[in-house]
Write a protein that binds this ligand. Sequence first.
Ligand code: ADP
Ligand code: MG
Length: 393
Amino acid sequence: MSKRGLGDLPAAALDGKRVLVREDFNVPLKGGAVSDDTRLRAALPTITYLRERGARVVILSHLGRPKGGPDPQFSLRQVVGTLERLLGAPVEFITDLSAGVAVSRRLPRGGVALVENTRFWPGEEKNDPELAKQFAALGDLYVNDAFGSAHRAHASTEAVAHLLKPAVAGFLMVKELKYLGDALQQPRRPFVAILGGAKISGKIDVIEALLPKVDEILIGGAMACTFFAALGLEVGKSLVERDRIDVAKSLLTKSGPKLILPRGAVVAPSLERPGDRREVPSDKIPADMAMYDIDGATQADFRARVLRAKTVVWNGPMGVFETPPFDAGTRSLAQALVEATAKGATTVVGGGDSAAAVAGFEDKLSHVSTGGGASLEFLEGKPLPGVMALDDA
Ligand code: ADP
Ligand code: MG
């Protein structure tokens, strides 16, 4: 799946041109201001590159989940100030698409405009070609840099890419596709995948798709408890998906020795009683307690496996990492990935909560995906509509 990238376009294709860029500015807000600008900063290489080449940049993005109409709570206007500060340049704000065409033509070379939340138009999530036509009128060519939205066929990610040519991948999109794609298609071995998080249900397809490709899959998080239950072990008050126990059984059979479960658990009567926590082997979880983290023995085991690996893909925390001290297993695994990276391994982290868990040392890992759902669908081997619609290399 090799797609044409922004870097493949000659300078003349950009100079003075209106470039419509789909970004993922779906950022967290607090009190009308951006509380985490990670996604904005991740978009800067593409926007800056375009500005430096004399393009007029018109940005599209969604924000949150408005119900198919304008809602001030989800207005991208709240993002304008932070974007201006990061760019060191003014940003025009477009709320009306037909008036926006004139705004896009008026922009100076290197100028930037941001269009209001794409989901304020009901046609966005329906991939409506009429809405896509209105978006397309705002540019002369199209760049999709929103990997985090590429698993959705929406007017601003899919339909528009058929109307506006060339339609190419931005730098962030190219980087995402390279790291995730190389890991899946040409992994250096041993290739170790680590899956955790709350639920096995959202990740069954990932496990199925990864099994034939990886050397080992390490399981942590509450997900492990559904596997314990499938083995007939006591899981106490742990989060278990009863209706997925049969699936867990069949995965255990299919995977043989590739699937590595935690050796032991950190258990406690409740999240509110961390003082009463203790470590128990996996087959000794007390009936009146729940597993909230992997134990020290499992940390050591997973660490050793990660340090032997040449390729590591990680999705989903090892425990309830938002509530210390149940973050210990997740932290220890993150540290192991950092060390593996320093030793030359390729390490890729995907998933919203997993990305939060490694916040602050992204630079010490090969790649932290900005797309939660999109990275999971990619790992499942599903084609991403927003990527498919772009020009082939
Ligand atoms: P990601 O967003 O990285 O894909 P998930 O959304 O699948 O990850 O899972 C993250 C959630 O899983 C976190 O909120 C975390 O508290 C929860 N979790 C992890 N381990 C446990 C556990 N043992 N019991 C309950 N919840 C858990
Ligand atoms: Mg999550």
